[in-house]
Design a protein around this ligand. Structure first.
Ligand code: IPM
Ligand code: MN
Length: 339
C-alpha cells in the first residue's frame, strides 16, 4: 500500500493542494485505485508557529516511512523543509522540464529542455560560518554525487535528442566545478558514448536559455545553478504556475511545484492549481513504474491529458494565464476532462 505524505504548504499551498487532491481522488475512482494512503503532515510556516519546528518530529517520522511526498509551496521556512527532505531522503535528482505547452503564450515557443539538477550538495549543505565579520559558505561537490546525477541526465537524454550540456563555472571554481565537469565527462565516455556532450558557463547558459533555447536538450548542473536556471526556464516557457518538478532518489521521491507560496494572492481563490495537479500526475506515473502498476500509469496519463486539453482549448484559465477562472473552476474542469 503506497503511502503519500502530503504537505499542504503555506500561502496558496492549501488551495492548490486541495485542488490537486480533488483531481487525484477523481482519477483514483476512475481507475479503481483504492490502496493509495494519503497522510497529511504539518510542515512549513504554520507548523513552525504551532510546533516551533518547520518539520515537527512526528511529521518527519511519517515522511521517512512514506514512499513519496506530495508537497505544496512553503513560505519563509521553505529552505528548511525542502532541503531537509531532499537531503534526508537522498532525493538526489531534481528534474525540471521546460517546454511550451499548447495554448500557452511563450517567450520562446521553441524551448524544450530538461534541467537535471544535483539536489543534495553544493551550497545546499548549508554550512555557513561567520568569523570576525567574514562570512564563509562551504560548497561541497563530490565525485559520487556528480556521477549519479550524470547518469540520470544521460538516461533522460537517451529518451530525447541525446544531447547533454554541462552547465558550470569551472573557470572560477576550478576545483569544485572542475570535479563536477570532469566526472560528467568521464561518465559519458565510459557509459554513454552515444550521447553528444557539450558545456556552457552558467552566465552564458542563462543568456542562451532566453536567446536561443533550442541549443539545449538536457542540462546537467549543480544545485544552485539549477535552482536559478529553472526559474528562468519556467518563465521562458510560459508560466511558472504550470511548472512541476520531481525530486527523485533510488527508493523515494517528492513532487512539488516550482512556484512559491504567493502570499499576495493567497485566499483569493485565483491561484493556478495546474503545477500542483501535474505533480499528482507525475507521482502516479512514478509509483506506477516503481510498483509495476498499469492503473497508476494510466491514471497519471489521464491527468496530464486533461490538463493539456484544458490548456490547448483555453477552456478555463486562472488570471496568470490570461483567463478569469477561479482555482475551483479550473479544478472542476480538469475533473470533467478526465477519461
Ligand atoms: C526550489 C526553491 C528552493 C530551492 C528553496 C525554497 C529552498 O527555490 O525548489 O527551486 O532553492 O531549491
Ligand atoms: Mn528555486
Amino acid at each position: 500500500m503506497p503511502r503519500v505524505a502530503v504537505i499542504e504548504g503555506d500561502g496558496i499551498g492549501p488551495e492548490v493542494t486541495r485542488a490537486a487532491l480533488k483531481v487525484l481522488g477523481k482519477v483514483c475512482t476512475i481507475y479503481n485505485i483504492g490502496d493509495l494512503e494519503l497522510v497529511k503532515v504539518p510542515a512549513g510556516d504554520s507548523a513552525y508557529k504551532t510546533y516551533g519546528k518547520a518539520i515537527p518530529d512526528e511529521s518527519w517520522k511519517i515522511i521517512q516511512t512514506s514512499d513519496v511526498v506530495l508537497k505544496g509551496p512553503v513560505g519563509e521556512t521553505a529552505g528548511e523543509v525542502v532541503v531537509k527532505i531532499r537531503r534526508g531522503l537522498d532525493l538526489y535528482a531534481n528534474i525540471r522540464p521546460s517546454r511550451c505547452l499548447p495554448g500557452i503564450e511563450c517567450l520562446r515557443p521553441e524551448i524544450d529542455l530538461v534541467v537535471v539538477r544535483e539536489n543534495t550538495e553544493d551550497v545546499y549543505v548549508r554550512a555557513e560560518y561567520l568569523h570576525n565579520d567574514i562570512a564563509i559558505a562551504l560548497r561541497v561537490i563530490s565525485r559520487r554525487a556528480s556521477e549519479r546525477i550524470a547518469r540520470v541526465a544521460f538516461r533522460i537524454a537517451r529518451k530525447r535528442k541525446r544531447r547533454v550540456t554541462i552547465v558550470h563555472k569551472a573557470n572560477v571554481m576550478t576545483i569544485t566545478d572542475g570535479l563536477f565537469r570532469d566526472t560528467v565527462r568521464q561518465v559519458r565516455d565510459r557509459e554513454f558514448p552515444d550521447i553528444e556532450l557539450d558545456e556552457a558557463y552558467i552566465d552564458a547558459a542563462a543568456m542562451d536559455i532566453v536567446r536561443r533555447p533550442s541549443r539545449f536538450d538536457v542540462i546537467v548542473t549543480t544545485n544552485l545553478f539549477g535552482d536559478i536556471l529553472t526559474d528562468l526556464a519556467a518563465y521562458v516557457s510560459g508560466s511558472i504556475g504550470i511548472a512541476a518538478s520531481a525530486n527523485i532518489g533510488d527508493e523515494k521521491a517528492m513532487f512539488e511545484p516550482v512556484h512559491g507560496a504567493a502570499f499576495d494572492i493567497a485566499g483569493k481563490g485565483i491561484a493556478n492549481p495546474i503545477a500542483m495537479i501535474l505533480c499528482t500526475s507525475w507521482m502516479l506515473k512514478w509509483l506506477g513504474e516503481k510498483l509495476n502498476r498499469g492503473s497508476y500509469l494510466k491514471a497519471g496519463e489521464s491527468i496530464e491529458n486533461a490538463v493539456y486539453r484544458l490548456l490547448s482549448e483555453r477552456r478555463k484559465l486562472t488570471p496568470d494565464l490570461g483567463g478569469s477562472a477561479t482555482t475551483e473552476e479550473v479544478t472542476e474542469e480538469i475533473c470533467n476532462l478526465l477519461t
